[in-house]
Design a protein around this ligand. Sequence first.
Ligand code: SF4
Length: 519
Amino acid sequence: METWRLVDTGARSGAENMAIDEALLEWKAEGRIPHTLRFLQFSDPTVLVGHHQSVEEEVRLDYCRAHGIGINRRLTGGGALYWGRNELGWEIYISRKDHRIPSRIEDLYRKMGEAAALGLRHLGVHAYFRPRNDIEIQGRKISGTGGTELSGAILFQGTLLIDFDVDEMLRSLRIPTEKLQDKEIESVKERVTCLKWEFSGRTPSIRAVKVCLTRGFEETFGVRFENKPLTADEENSLRAKLPYFSSQEYVFKTRNSLPRRKTVSSLLKAPGGLIRISIAMDSKARVINQILITGDFFAYPKRAIFDLESLLKNSRATPSKTEEIIRSFFSTEKPKIPGISESHLIRAVEEALQKIDLLPEGFSEEETHHLFPVLKPFKEVRRPEVLLLPYCAKEVECVYRNSQGCEECGRCSVGDAAQMARSYGMDPITIQNYEELESTLRDLKHSGVKEFVGSCCEPFYGKHRPDFERIGLSGILVDVERSTCYDLGQEKEALTGRFENQTHLNLSLLQRVLEYCHG
Ligand code: SF4
């Protein structure tokens, strides 16, 4: 039977683990090492952002620095991860041309995920692969997977949660609540599991876990593994790479977020992940000076996104030009970005660009980050008939907190916004819970209302955007101020109208939007 190599590199720092990834991938691409399975752990708790993510957007930097949590950047795409000292990583280095490697990316994910799930079943848990790239036990994720490719060599890796500290993960990461798309799952804690929970508080030995995972890969690929440490040359190669992978330049600068005061942005959730677009431009010449496409997606090859950014840089900042560039890039380069099509990228860029039209109307770049379109470009929302106001902005003690209406007593921003709406001939409607929002939007549509303006927070928009689009009433949403239910982890309470904090409507921005739509 064919023999592959097994390397257990033990607990290392984030930078060392990333340096080993690159060294082994390069060596595999050069044909210098056999097909290899590596097990890895982290010597300190570490946050790893995906290759295309911005650290500032994904990581609570102050918290991580204050608590000694390392920060690094993976070679692979996907979302930010928190790794405790107990978690285990596995990686396969293999040639793309090996006959056991499927040609379609989706099939590669399935084969690798099923191999690891098989290994976990040998350990005694009911683990199964869940497309696109998770391993779950009864609906709860225990492992995420992903890969990258270099000159015909594949690095495919997975995490395995063993004794996971969910609270520490939530404190370390800015979890994009837009990811919690399924309405029935409102809490991150309900979405994950780890081996310790599956074994009722008893953590299996790390050795047993590695033996079972190895068996899963052996049976899937029809090979046996032979344990061999890193060679002296491989250790030297990783040491040479260490300064780069330890540098701020690598961890932060490659995806450094653009200053919000000088950019326009958009946020789009596609099946393959969140796409964030940030564009700095010369608004007079209408030219893109810089563009950043970040998110938790996977791209093959991983430089595809950087190449697309370079093509868009210095181009005319118009939807037709950017669409032409993106389409031509996809047809010539044929990048594979699972779950993200060229149409998603075209739409995301277009939504950022349409904010440029707001600048001559007196909106600042910073203000445009707080405006979200529903179904139509901003400039096409003309004379909206209703203003929807969220109950979370009502005073907590107000008798109307849980019921329709407002006396406009002046104690909170809702009364001021209601008066503002009437001065534009609009009907103010307060919304008490999520069900009421859906039914109100539907009723308005049936009664012939064409457009609305409303107020909600960015995470709510990101999460419920598909719901707004499904209902089909177009409009503009304006971000609320102060801590929202999402900041406080109370989105479940908020959906049913039981959020007990008070947000504040951004009245000056709301006023500007109403002026713009009725001008
Ligand atoms: S302005 Fe309206 S919502 Fe606010 S406290 Fe007064 S009655 Fe309640």
